[in-house]
Design a protein around this ligand. Sequence first.
Ligand SMILES: NC(=O)c1ccc[n+]([C@@H]2O[C@H](COP(=O)([O-])OP(=O)(O)OC[C@H]3O[C@@H](n4cnc5c(N)ncnc54)[C@H](OP(=O)(O)O)[C@@H]3O)[C@@H](O)[C@H]2O)c1
Length: 235
Amino acid sequence: MHAPIPADRPFVTANFALTWDGRVSTRKLTPSDFSSPADKKRLLEIRAEADALMVGARTVATDTMTMGLPVETLREQRVARGQSAYPIRVLLTNSGRLNPQLRVFGADFSPLHVFSTTRMPKPTREALGAKATLHLEPGKRVDVPAMLGLLRKLGVRHLLCEGGPTVLRSLLEADLVDALYLTLCPRVFGGLRAPTLTGVAGSFLPKSTRLQLEEFEVLGEECFLRYRVQRPSVL
Ligand SMILES: NC(=O)c1ccc[n+]([C@@H]2O[C@H](COP(=O)([O-])OP(=O)(O)OC[C@H]3O[C@@H](n4cnc5c(N)ncnc54)[C@H](OP(=O)(O)O)[C@@H]3O)[C@@H](O)[C@H]2O)c1
């Protein structure tokens, strides 16, 4: 993740595991647990580089994440680099429908920011108020570029998105992804309604995103890939 940091937002990286047929989950949106222990180790190494980790409302619920960093050496390396031991945690929900009993709200090892709208039900606001910083915008949707601008002001230089596909799609639609880590796994799910990297097959993105391969490693039966998003250079 050594790259120029934009002035007005963090450098945004996404990390996903993919089946051979390009699915990130099953049609029942079961937890994304189909990759190897080596991939899970790599996921934590990538997570350890980030100042903040962001996921969407469904991923934090289905994958029962705390969004932590359960490897002491990785935390020590962060501190030696001048980072906090754990990345800041960021949750996204337009509707504001989050279950306050989720595991993530029981963990207080790093600040938790919830970006949502004033649609968030009052009981949820009250339940989450002591556990997270709530950023509630008027209107129906979170303004993603404005959210990234605020995170940059809070000192976030590297933001890692670990899903899900709906969040990644919204970032790609706004041309706000800079790098992409993928793990290609030896599994085939099939299924029209099993989500791909950008959700269930549906409408095209406003424009295609061009990627440049920067790293390629075969480890065991998986293939680890790192891409940089290509943008036309501004002259
Ligand atoms: N293979 C992998 O690497 C991987 C990684 C992550 C997740 N997954 C899997 O993906 C599945 C979940 O997919 P998903 O697309 O439904 O998950 P998701 O993106 O985590 O959650 C979708 C929800 O997040 C909120 N959201 C998304 N984008 C937003 C935005 N720009 N602004 C505000 N809120 C936003 C919305 O919540 P509201 O509806 O509340 O407004 C939306 O319904 C699960 O099965 C999970 O295990 C796989």
